[in-house]
Design a binder for this molecule. Structure first.
Ligand SMILES: Nc1nc2c(ncn2[C@@H]2O[C@H](COP(=O)(O)OP(=O)(O)OP(=O)(O)O)[C@@H](O)[C@H]2O)c(=O)[nH]1
Ligand SMILES: [Mg+2]
Length: 372
């Protein structure tokens, strides 16, 4: 019998041989679903073998307000860049695979502590475990932002890297699809949509869901979806992170090299040119990282005191009152009674809110705690 890996390969071959059109899209969707289901099976098997003494992951302790993973082929200058951005000296070398593990550093910028993670170079086949790919990808999946480091002389790099991250379940600069699948006891697979579906017919959606071994379910769609959206929802372990691109070694590149490099990069993504050697663009790179991480400022007003309008708390722009409590003091969650908010997230001044309240930039916040 073919191994899971071989089965995936033959399904992938079939997809690349099939021309995509209205008549074949249902079939392709089904093949994609089968691949995703096989990958899931394989991951489970591997997780099992790891827990019984397989390869260990990199030990990285998360710290700071957000973390950024440096992702690139070997020798593109990741370690040289972390040494420019932080106090950490990560060894740089004139040969591939100089860095063999994950090296964290902290960049302090505009009131935030941002953890930068230097990693070994990623290569083609990483998502199948090549070159410690699985350990590297695990660190990347756990970070808040993917910072691709590109060498302007090697044109296919971006595509290859992005493909490996895609295969490992990362969906960069995308919002999670508005697809909700709930299993039911009977009745087959029912598709309900609040918007017109232009990509897929109901039967095609049903057949993708069935390929995952589900016979009865309600599928609710709130946006126009593709086969990948359905498969991603079924697979469930997708990571939706932000991503930016840095083109390094501009001191060596000609105008033409730069044009070629940029042509290979996705339109609409934030891109910056730098040189870890001369330091060109490094100050801009700190702002670039900060701006794209999505931070906001929250002003704290302790109960019965004036608000501190000078030094805001810098937090991720998806933060709730709970996130702020966790950040302020480890006792705050336990002692929390309620909070009051004034500003953009409040319906009216000093609205009373709970831990799940989503904050907005420039909010004023008072946290009311129990005495003990
Ligand atoms: N001219 C020039 N050389 C650079 C630049 N950045 C890095 N290098 C050189 O490129 C080589 C590789 O740099 P590293 O920082 O070790 O690259 P890396 O991406 O960490 O490589 P691995 O750890 O092997 O994945 C070293 O010889 C660096 O001195 C740059 O901006 N300009
Ligand atoms: Mg390195």
């Amino acid at each position: 019998m073919a191994t899971i890996e071989e089965q995936i390969k033959s399904l992938e071959d079939e997809i690349s041989k099939t021309k995509y059109n209205k008549a074949t899209q249902g079939h392709i969707g089904k093949l994609k679903a089968k691949i995703a289901a096989l990958r899931q099976k394989k991951e489970k098997a591997q997780a099992h073998s790891r827990s019984s003494g397989g390869a260990k992951g990199f030990e990285v302790k998360k710290s700071g307000d957000a973390s950024v993973a440096l992702v690139g082929f070997p020798s593109v200058g990741k370690s040289s860049l972390i040494s420019q951005l932080t106090e950490v000296e990560s060894e740089a070398g004139n040969f591939e695979f100089t860095t063999l593990t994950c090296i964290p550093g902290v960049m302090e910028h505009r009131g935030a502590n941002i953890q930068i993670l230097d990693l070994p170079g990623l290569i083609k086949g990483a998502s199948e475990g090549k070159g410690r790919g699985r350990e590297i990808l695990n660190v990347i999946r756990g970070s808040d932002m993917v910072l691709y480091v590109i060498d302007p002389f090697q044109k296919s790099h971006f595509k290859v890297l992005d493909d490996e991250l895609w295969k490992s379940g990362m969906r960069l600069n995308q919002t999670p699809p508005q697809v909700f699948i709930t299993r039911t006891r009977r009745g087959g697979i029912e598709v309900r949509s609040t918007v017109e579906q232009t990509n897929l017919r109901d039967e095609e959606i049903q057949s993708i869901v069935r390929s995952f071994g589900i016979v009865s379910a309600t599928v609710t769609l709130r946006t126009d979806v593709t086969d990948d959206h359905i498969v991603d929802t079924l697979a469930g372990n997708r990571v939706y992170s932000r991503s930016v691109v840095v083109v390094n070694k501009i001191d060596l590149a000609t105008h033409e090299d730069m044009e070629n490099a940029h042509r290979m990069l996705p339109g609409g993504w934030p891109i910056l040119n730098v040189s870890a050697k001369t330091g060109a663009g490094i100050d801009e790179m700190k702002d670039f990282i900060f701006d794209n991480l999505g931070f906001m400022s929250i002003f704290l007003k302790p109960q019965g005191q004036e608000a501190d309008l000078i030094e805001p708390l810098i937090v991720k722009d998806t933060s709730t009152v709970r996130d702020v409590c966790v950040k302020l003091h480890r006792d705050f969650l336990r002692k929390f009674r309620y909070a009051r908010v004034k500003g953009p997230s409040a319906k009216f001044d000093w609205q009373r809110v709970g831990l799940d309240h989503l904050l907005k930039d420039q909010d004023l916040l008072t946290i009311i705690l129990r005495k003990s």
